[in-house]
Design a binder for this molecule. Sequence first.
Ligand SMILES: [Zn+2]
Length: 77
Amino acid sequence: MGSENSSNEPPIEGGASYEVADRIVECSHCGSKRFEKSTAQLNTAGLTFLGLDWANRNATILICARCGHIEWFLEED
Ligand SMILES: [Zn+2]
């Protein structure tokens, strides 16, 4: 009774959608809008070789739930 049974449903993506600067974050690789959120500190020794000693702060990491691409956003103080 009105129930649809498609045999070719794509798997439901995990994660959630996030907004940065009033825009829904979209994966720059695959276009997915579903991400897992994490955070990282940028003041680790491993990043100094990149010249990021200015970045003594936190970043928000959004990991694409579909392809694993990582989008980085510096957190505002
Ligand atoms: Zn992606």
